[in-house]
Design a protein around this ligand. Sequence first.
Ligand SMILES: *Cc1c(COP(=O)(O)O)cnc(C)c1O
Length: 439
Amino acid sequence: MEFLNNLNSINDFNEAKQVIAGGVNSPVRAFKSVGGTPPFIREGRGAYLIDEDGNKYIDFVQSWGPLIFGHSDEYIQEMVLHTLKKGLSFGAPTTLETALAKEIIALYEGIDKIRFVSSGTEATMSAIRLARAYTKKDDIIKFEGCYHGHSDSLLVNAGSGLATFGNPSSLGVPQDFVKHTLVAHYNDITSVELCIKESEKSGNGVACVIIEPIAGNMGLVPTTKEFLKDLRDLCNQHNIVLIMDEVMSGFRAALNGSQNFYGVYGDLVTFGKVIGGGMPVGAFGGIEEIMSLLSPNGAVYQAGTLSGNPVAMSAGLATLEKLKQNPKIYQNLESLALQLTEGLQNIAQEFSIPLQVCVRGSMFGFFFNENPVNNFKDAQKSDTEMFAKFHQGMLQKGIYLAPSQFESGFICSCMDEDLIQSVLERAREVILEISNYER
Ligand SMILES: *Cc1c(COP(=O)(O)O)cnc(C)c1O
């Protein structure tokens, strides 16, 4: 196998490790599960990343989703520059916040009011606080394999029983902090019913269910329409707030995220990633009745020094403007995603390697797995060694995939059929190398 020269990245990583914990500011960036040294990025142009050694990669991560128009989009940069020349932050209201809120509300059914924060983590944390205040109940339900940021009460693994309160999945999270979090199985409505029963028996009931309607954090695993509808009904019956976490799927799977696929609406919706166009932005929104409980009108406290930051708002606004001007974009991105995943599946088949693939709009996922993946347990049966080899091989050939099988991949508008074709040709070489090695 040929190897890229990555001496600069190796040096940069070593230097970073001297002053930054683990050398990175978000753990998956360290490439621990695939091995090797993460390329240190010098710049991004369209579909490409260029690292500190001058290697060029086709980028299927796109900053983990935000960059639907690729790197260094001219219009978005212009809008950002225009705003930042007038000041970086005021800690006072600006009309840009109203403008971005209006755009989101116009596209999403069931959202009356919005509030902006600086990350997806803050958005889900605040939405849960609101739901608890609104229902005057304490317990929450999340699904195994869904990720909603790193706030304490969401860092839980499923317990051992059928419907149990979770265990902390991180050191530093006291059992007491997660004793109100129940963990259900994705796409399994019976498990949700059991959690509700358990909560109503042992406590004062469930305040909210939080779900990624299109999960992108255990690989790409969508809900079934039937499951999501049943979940909505169940929440109605038990006075439970349904929180749709669309931090990743919002404006990524479709302009109106999961609503396009399911027609099922949450009481609260959380956003991030694309609505910030590459800047740090999160948001949560929902029906008036719930949102009116937020301080300063209501008694639910929530705040942020840089919330609704003007530069970040203008990056988001520019992104949404471009998306609206280009109504065919999701169809185009989806057909590229299908070309990629179907191509990969054909290649895998040729070498008798089991591969499951999935596409939702501009999001794609693949698992080296014998069986269809409908939940976290299915996903966990995937071959991680095979993925690590595939990832390393692709990186050597100039293709930058998420350094874990349990992440979603992203197509950006700077990609085209020829580019995907060239990726498939390289993927075929990598799989050939892997299968020779296996024999
Ligand atoms: C990325 C993500 C988050 C967390 O957002 P951060 O901005 O990283 O805090 C929450 N929920 C989902 C579904 C996400 O994909």
